[in-house]
Design a protein around this ligand. Sequence first.
Ligand code: AMP
Length: 432
Amino acid sequence: MRLLVVGGGGREHALCWALRRENPEAQIYCAPGNPGTAELASNLSIAADDLDRLADAADMHGIDLTIIGPEAPLAHGLADRLRAEGRLVFGPSAAAAQLEASKAFAKEVMFAAGVPTAASQAFSDLAPALAYVDRHAEPLVVKASGLAGGKGAVVCATRAEAGKTVRAMLEGDQFGAAGKTVVIEAFLEGEEISVLALTDGRDVELLPVAQDHKRLLEGDRGPNTGGMGAYSPVALATPALLERVKREVLYPTLEQMRRQKTPFSGVLYAGLMVDAEGTPSVVEFNCRLGDPEAQVVLPLVSGGLTDSFMRVAEGKTPSSLELGSQAAVTTVLASRGYPDAPETGAAIVLPKSQAGGVTVFHAGTTRGQDGVLRASGGRVLTVTAVAASFSEAQRLSREAADAVRFEGKIFRGDIGWREAARRAERSPAAAR
Ligand code: AMP
C-alpha cells in the first residue's frame, strides 16, 4: 500500500507514526513532512498547499490513499482536486471544509440544523456590528470568520473591548482577509472537550475524546495559541454525554450538510463547551484532526485506523476502531515569544533514550546540512506519553518535556490539570 500524508506538523508526525504502526510494510510519503516524519516515511519537499505538485506526486508515486492533515489545503480544494483525478482521499471537499474555514457558514449550518451553540451574528460592516455589541450582554466573543490558526477568537470581558476588537478585525489587518467578516457571539460557561468523529457523511466512529489547552500559560492564562497540550480520554465525556453529542450535534450537522449538497466526509471535530448541567454546545467545528489532539488520540487507537480512513475515502461507513484502556498526555514545547514572535534557530538536544510509552513528535523543527536539529517554528515538539493511568501519563509527559533541551524552550507543566482535579475530588486518597 502506498500512502501520502499531507502536512508537516506534529499532527502529521503522529499520523505517520500511527499509519506505520498499523502498516509496517507500507510505502508512506509525507509532504512536506519534518525531521520526525523522515524517520517513518519518505518526505517529499512539496508545500501542503501546492495542489499542482501534490497531484503530480500522487500520480508519480502511485498513491493509493491520501490523508490530508491541515485545514488550509482542504479549504483550498486539495481533496476535490485529487478525487477529480480518480484518487482516494481522506478529507472533506472545499465546500464541506467551510464548516471550519468560515465560522459564519458553520453558524448557519448549526442554526439550520438546530444544533446547540451560542447565539451569534456575522457582520462584514462596522456600524451594524458595533450596534450588535451595544445591544448584547457582556462578556462577548469576537471571532475572525476565516482561518486564523486557532488564534482568531477573542473573549472580551466588556462591550468596549468587544467594540475595539471588532474594529481591529474589520478595519485593521490583524487577521487579514480572515477577519473581514466577524462572528460576534455570547460567551459560554463550562469546560471544553474535543469530540473527533471519523465519518463518511452519514455514520460516525468516535475517536477517544480529548481536551486541548489553548492558553499559553499554566492555569489557562495568557493569550490563545494553536494549543499547548492535550490529554485523552476525558472522564467528563461519559458514554451518555457522547450519545447526546451524536444525537444533538453530529448527526444533525451531517444531515444538514447532505441536505445543502455539501456532504462532509473525513474527521468532523466538534469543539464543545459542556456546562455545569452537562449540556453540550458547539464552540467550533474543525474539518480535520486537531493538533495537538492527534498526538494523544492516535496513539490510543490500537487498530482499525487505516481501514477506517480507506473506507471513508471509498464512501463507506468507517470500521470500528480498537481502543484500549490507556491514557495519553502530550505537552507542547514551544519557542520563547510564541505565539506572537517565536524565536527560531536554537539547536535541540533530545535525550538518548526515552521512558517506555514516550514519543517525541516533531512540530516545528528542521535538520540542517550539519545534521543538527533546530527549532524552526512556534510549536517545536510535542511530547506524548501513553500509560496505564492518566496520572502516570501526565507524569511521564512532563518529565520527558523537561528532559528535552533547547534555548528558549517554554512549556506548560500542568497539562491535564482539570482531569487531575476531577480525580482528586472523586478519590482524594488515590490522587495522592
Ligand atoms: P474557536 O477559534 O472558535 O475555537 O475559539 C478559540 C477558543 O476561544 C475556544 O477554544 C474557547 O476557549 C474560546 N471561545 C470561543 N468561543 C467561545 C464562546 N462562545 N464562549 C466561551 N469561550 C469561547
